[in-house]
Design a protein around this ligand. Structure first.
Ligand SMILES: [Fe+2]
Length: 291
């Protein structure tokens, strides 16, 4: 198995000169690596430790997230909403300054998505196979077409009981795509317009999104692949921050509770190596444009 994890000793979120030595790492994540910062801790302040409780969620979703220009809090019990907003906003600020200093090539190009806090444990969560993130998958969303845009994610494990965030990580994207692509039919003519007209999708589903969703679903549905495909277990212990392109790295979240997450979107043309993007890989394997 390739060495997918690059350990970085940095202990600061912002730009602190000598104390922030990691650089030149665009190529690491663009080629499917994970940047792992075991010393980069998201500190809780005041009485935020009380938010390390699954009871702060309202039970409607697996995440508590901030939405819209006013950072409306979704998924939280009302009494905790203001404190959760402040905590998640602070994480967004720190994750943004981390991404800006780690990736000078992307500066000014990363678009932040909705940050989230995941206070509910993974184990025992009832869900359909398609939503079951304990199965290896790449991230792709049925209602939110990406049109080739990248999903760069900054995660942090906040667990106060020493429990790691346990992942399985799979083979390189191209190997995975080669395995599953031959069986995937082309999108049905007219289906993208119909899904958009019916408001199933927020914009027209591109052929790229069709293939990414099919890859997401087919790999989750394939029990033999889940069991036998090349993979490694990685434990992210509490206090660890990690950065990954989750549309590219096959991952499964096997255990853990209390995690922060900030997504950034990036146009594939803004990568240092656009040929490494899932869009470019799929276009090359299929021999046609997908946008
Ligand atoms: Fe995922």
């Amino acid at each position: 198995m390739r060495d997918i994890l690059q350990i970085c000793e940095d202990g600061d979120w912002g730009d602190n000169g000598d104390r922030t030595p990691t650089h030149g790492v665009e190529s690491v994540i663009e080629h499917g690596g994970i940047l792992c910062f075991p010393n980069l801790r998201f500190e809780l302040i005041d009485d935020e430790r009380r938010l390390l409780d699954a009871g702060v969620a309202d039970g409607s979703a697996k995440n508590i997230s901030l939405r819209g220009p006013n950072d409306e809090v979704r998924g939280a019990a009302a009494v905790h909403a203001d404190a959760l907003r402040r905590m998640i906003q602070r994480y967004r600020v720190q994750a943004t300054s981390l991404a800006e200093r780690l990736f000078p090539h992307y500066r000014g190009r990363l678009k932040p998505g909705n940050p989230s806090y995941r206070p509910v444990g993974i184990e025992g969560r009832e869900t359909s196979w398609r939503k079951d993130d304990t199965r290896l998958h790449v991230d792709a969303f049925p209602s939110n077409p990406m049109h080739g845009r990248r999903l760069l994610r900054v995660f942090h494990n906040l667990n106060p009981h020493g429990q790691p965030r346990s992942w399985r990580v799979g083979e390189p994207f191209e190997d995975f795509a080669r395995r599953f692509l031959p069986a995937i039919p082309r999108p049905l003519p007219g289906s993208a317009a119909l899904l958009h007209a019916l408001h199933v999708t927020k914009s027209r589903r591109s052929p790229y999104d069709h293939y990414m969703l099919q890859l997401h679903d087919r790999v989750k549905a394939d029990a033999a692949y889940q069991r036998d495909a090349p993979q490694q277990a990685i434990d992210f212990v509490p206090g660890t921050t990690w950065v990954v392109y989750s549309d590219q790295v096959l991952h499964a979240a096997m255990g853990g509770q209390f995690m922060m997450e900030q997504t950034f979107y990036l146009e594939p043309a803004d990568l240092q190596t656009p040929a490494s993007a899932p869009l470019a890989v799929l276009q090359r394997l299929l021999g046609r444009p997908l946008l």
